[in-house]
Design a protein. Structure first.
Lengths: 118, 103
């Protein structure tokens, strides 16, 4: 069964929202500046990897720290904490050569959503 | 899951409402829905990722035609029924009473 919160903590839960941040020393697989390619995965269960970035190339902009991995947590297969990064994709990478040249999309991606771009 | 919830990049959905003045709740039932979510979440009926996952399993047409907090209600009912703390019969009974003016 998922975690229960003490009644005393419910006020804070409402005011600040719950956080899925995990205080654990987990190795980061990427650093800002790294070129990545989003994995082409299509799980039938929950994932927070949008379809439109799968297989696309991006650049790691910043490391947000360590968070619960939604894909496994959604099916009670463990929190599998890992780093989450802000990853930049150009509009042209996502939508093709007719997209505006300077537009960019930033998406928060977990370590398990990415491979290094060769 | 490659469901209808993953709307990024799709056309024909109309403009995104970014009115900063819009109310937090559009109706009183939404306020109650928020409260029920917090209590059920704090009570351990589901974690946040299970909660999102259930919403993704709504029938696509139903998902698109229902409100944000109706999605929450769908998920809350799903998980509370899954762990036995709520039954379809109880929901039906409550709806019957509400339709007769109960509060």
């Amino acid at each position: 069964m998922p975690t229960m919160f003490a009644a005393a903590g419910v006020d804070d839960l409402i005011k600040t929202g719950g956080s899925c941040r995990v205080n654990a020393d987990i190795k980061a697989h990427f650093v800002p500046g790294d070129k990545i390619v989003a994995r082409n995965i299509n799980p039938v269960s929950h994932t927070r990897l949008p379809q439109y970035v799968r297989g696309k190339h991006g650049t790691v902009e910043r490391d947000h720290g360590v968070f619960v991995f939604p894909d496994t947590n959604a099916v009670l297969k463990g929190e599998r904490p890992q780093h989450v990064y802000s990853v930049m994709f150009t509009a042209r990478e996502l939508w093709g050569p007719q997209a505006p040249e300077k537009d960019k999309v930033y998406i928060d991606l977990w370590d398990d959503y990415m491979d290094p771009a060769g | 899951m490659n469901g209808i919830h993953d709307l990024g990049g799709r056309h024909g959905m109309g403009p995104i409402d970014i009115d900063p003045e819009q109310p937090i709740f559009h109706a009183d039932w939404e306020r109650r829905m928020f409260g029920m979510f917090i209590l059920a979440f704090a009570g351990g009926h589901f974690n946040i990722d299970q909660f999102r996952a259930a919403i993704e399993k709504m029938k696509p047409a139903e998902y698109l035609e229902s409100d944000y907090y109706e999605h929450w209600l769908y998920s809350l009912e799903t998980w509370c029924k899954a762990n036995g703390s709520l039954t379809d019969e109880e929901i039906e009974n409550r709806m019957r009473k509400l339709s007769k003016g109960a509060v």
